[in-house]
Design a protein around this ligand. Sequence first.
Ligand SMILES: Nc1ncnc2c1ncn2[C@@H]1O[C@H](COP(=O)(O)OP(=O)(O)OP(=O)(O)O)[C@@H](O)[C@H]1O
Length: 245
Amino acid sequence: MSSNPVMITAQGLAKAFQLYAHQNDQLKQILFGSWQRYYREKWVLNDVTFEISQGECVGLIGRNGAGKTTLLQVLCGITRPTRGQFYVGGRIAPILALGSAFDGLLTGRENARIGAAILGLSRREVDACIEDIKSFADIGAAFEEPMRTYSSGMVARVAFAICVFVKADILIVDEALSVGDETFQKKCEAYIADFAKTGTSLIVSHSLDFICELCTRVIWLENGVVKADGDPAEVVAAYRQAMAA
Ligand SMILES: Nc1ncnc2c1ncn2[C@@H]1O[C@H](COP(=O)(O)OP(=O)(O)OP(=O)(O)O)[C@@H](O)[C@H]1O
């Protein structure tokens, strides 16, 4: 374990989603929830505990549905944990999570301004970097058009570009590279690798070679619990073996 300051702590994190069998069950729950429960719980995270220190680049791996995105959403404050605590000690750049908050009626530029402000930039800082964000996103005139007209790759480009310019302490990346085309993927990979030299990163990816190459540590999540946490080569080898089996 590193002697650097702790940037992310997850302590006994658990998350259950409420599943309603019928549309009006949600209303019943609001009205009569004190007497009866109208939903079924789906536990996605169960007692997840770890610490990430300043300067670590941690890969988060696991099968589809293992709970990786949910864990990142909890750490980014997008969803609340059902149990447990977490601490994040710095400004987060949540690549892709940010994209889900865009307003489709607003242009790329307007969403970029709002996104950068939400992530902590002042109006003057936003003014100073908005053209750089446009240039990094590299979607041409579409930057001035409503985002409802964008492809998923274009949305990801704008989300990634905002995160590049918010001067974050912690980079949280959820499968950012899967939607971009090859040129943009390479640009993002180079940025993430550069950020990882000094910042703290938590990266979800199914690209195990990329994770092994970049990360100093890997956490393997399985059915909402930490199955392994340690050296990238060892954890990835064990994960590959489990997947093959
Ligand atoms: N809002 C929701 N309501 C109910 N279930 C949900 C909700 N969001 C996610 N889930 C469920 O939680 C589980 C974990 O989802 P999550 O997206 O965190 O997995 P993941 O490890 O990121 O998967 P993938 O590798 O496919 O992206 C899945 O079974 C998913 O169906």
